[in-house]
Structure formats: structure tokens, C-alpha cells
Design a protein around this ligand. Structure first.
Ligand SMILES: [Zn+2]
Length: 295
């Protein structure tokens, strides 16, 4: 319990200070073969992720909860083989422009390069503000079939009243904050952002799930906290990842040098180890597809 609390605290602390950390990714053509009548209700709305994604082929999403509530996904099937999904939160808050202008790096190009070199698929949950700051990187990540790009809100403000000290976005502005991030992705040149949303700080409640229900997104949490937030000891983070991963796991890490400086080293350390154990890396869309019988 203590260690769980510490891990959660680390994620939250990062979210608080950075206010900008979820992950990324985009699949499109790979989804073409997957469709069934029962999934039509789960297609992303044109007002949400992207109209073109809907036209190409709807990425897998979970069915809405009772009363149409936004569904929440945390991990894939435990019995579907040794698959693990790495997710990286690209955090930058609406208020951090001056810090970026002063030279602080909220991006992490070396991490993305490492994932490409290692051929590790990943899902990046990006804030709209991050995409505005780094449009070339956002486009490159979002349009690379190795990755998929999810939404981490525009502002990285909290969707609940008490979320690790983050400023709060009002219920009446939750949906527009998410839509604004999708707009920022499109402006950066991202063709197919995914209908996946990661709540800033991982904080949500029924009101938040209801506020986003019209967007037809699936909220994506995680079951393994890497502990990369503000970490200085890459080995300790690597051990935490290796100790936590199970079949179907979704690991949360961060794509920002500013608040997660060890993440590239962690990835380079854990990927060969997990492959040695027989794990295969997949994107969140593959996990959700497996959970819904689409893969
Ligand atoms: Zn975040």
C-alpha cells in the first residue's frame, strides 16, 4: 500500500508541477479490417477526435457505461498473451508558455528516437498546449504508424475538484477543453488523433465522465506507474516497471525532459528485458481491441 501510494503521489506531483504529461499515437489503416455492426455505437464523433478517422475506420473503443457515461479502460486482458502497452504523457499546461520561452524543454525527442530505434509501438497522450509548442514533433509522432496520439486535454487542468493541486476546469468547459486539444492536433498536421482521453492527474468522477460522453472517447488509465516523474535514478524506475508489468498491462510514463529526465534510459533498459521475458509491445488501441474482441 505504501509503495502504491508513493507511486500515485509521484504521478500526481509531476502532474501538478508540470501540468503536462500523458501520451500519444495514431493508427488508421491497421483498423480497416476491424468492423462489426455492434461497434457502430462506439465510433468517435466527428465533433471529437477527427472526422477523417471516422471515415477511414473507427479505432476500437469501449462501449459507453450506464446512461452513456464515458467508458474507462485501465488494462487489457490478463489471459491474452504477454502484451504490454507503453503510454507516454506529453504534458504542458496552458500556463507554461513562459517557462518554455525561457528554455525549459517539455518535449523529449531522444525518447521518441529511442522508441523508433527499438521499434516499440507506443501511445502518446498529448496536451493541446504541447502540440502548439512543438507542432513539428506533434505531427511527426501523430502521423508515425509506430505511434498513436491520444488526448490529454488542452490545458492540463483537473477534471475533478481535488486533483493533486491542479487548477480545475469547470464542468461546462470540460468538453470544449478536450475538443480544443483535438483542434490543436489538427492544426499541427496530425491526421488521425485517437478517440482516447487521459484525464490530467488521472482524476475523474461521474460528472467528468458525463461531461465528455458526447465525444465518444474512451478514458484511458493504467495499471503500472513507472515512477519516472521527477525521478533521477533510472535503474529504480526500470525496476519498478519490470516489477509491475503483467500480461495486459498499461504503463504510464512521460514524454518531457523537464519533469521526467530518465525516461529514455528507462525505456532502453526495460525493453530488452521485457522482450527476453516474452513480452510484445502494443498500442492502447490493440489492448482495447483485444478487450472488445476486435483483435
Ligand atoms: Zn499529465
Amino acid at each position: 500500500m505504501i509503495s502504491l501510494v508513493r507511486r500515485i503521489t509521484a504521478v500526481c506531483a509531476l502532474s501538478t508541477v508540470l501540468t503536462t504529461l500523458p501520451a500519444c499515437g495514431t493508427t488508421q489503416a491497421s483498423r480497416a479490417g476491424h468492423s462489426s455492426p455492434s461497434e457502430s455505437a462506439a465510433e468517435p464523433s466527428p465533433a471529437g477526435p477527427s472526422a477523417t478517422a471516422t471515415a477511414a475506420a473507427a479505432p476500437p473503443t469501449l462501449a459507453p457505461g450506464p446512461g452513456g457515461l464515458t467508458p474507462v479502460f485501465a488494462n487489457g486482458p490478463r489471459t491474452g498473451g504477454k502484451k504490454v502497452a507503453f503510454t507516454f504523457d506529453a504534458d504542458m499546461t496552458a500556463a507554461e508558455g513562459p517557462r518554455a520561452a525561457a528554455g525549459e524543454h517539455f518535449d523529449n525527442p531522444a525518447l521518441i528516437a529511442a522508441l523508433r530505434a527499438l521499434k516499440v509501438p507506443a501511445t502518446v497522450f498529448m496536451t493541446g498546449r504541447w502540440a502548439e509548442q512543438y507542432p513539428d514533433e506533434a505531427r511527426s509522432i501523430g502521423n508515425d504508424p509506430l505511434f498513436e496520439l491520444g488526448n490529454h486535454s488542452y490545458s492540463h487542468y483537473a477534471f475533478t475538484g481535488d486533483c493533486h493541486g491542479l487548477p480545475t476546469v469547470g464542468a461546462d468547459r470540460m468538453r470544449s477543453d478536450v475538443e480544443r486539444a483535438y483542434t490543436a492536433f489538427r492544426k499541427a498536421g496530425v491526421r488521425h488523433a485517437m478517440p482516447y482521453f487521459r484525464f490530467p492527474g488521472g482524476c475523474y468522477d461521474k460528472q467528468a465522465l458525463r461531461a465528455l460522453s458526447g465525444l465518444r472517447v474512451t478514458a484511458v488509465q493504467w495499471d503500472v506507474v513507472s515512477g519516472d516523474a521527477f525521478a533521477t535514478d533510472a535503474d529504480a524506475v526500470a525496476r519498478q516497471v519490470l516489477g509491475g508489468v503483467k500480461p495486459g498491462s498499461v504503463v504510464i510514463m512521460h514524454c518531457t525532459r523537464s519533469a521526467a529526465p530518465t525516461t529514455e534510459r528507462v525505456v532502453r533498459a526495460v525493453v530488452p528485458e521485457l522482450r527476453k521475458e516474452g513480452y510484445r509491445f502494443v498500442k492502447v488501441s490493440d489492448m482495447i481491441g483485444a478487450a472488445t474482441g476486435r483483435s
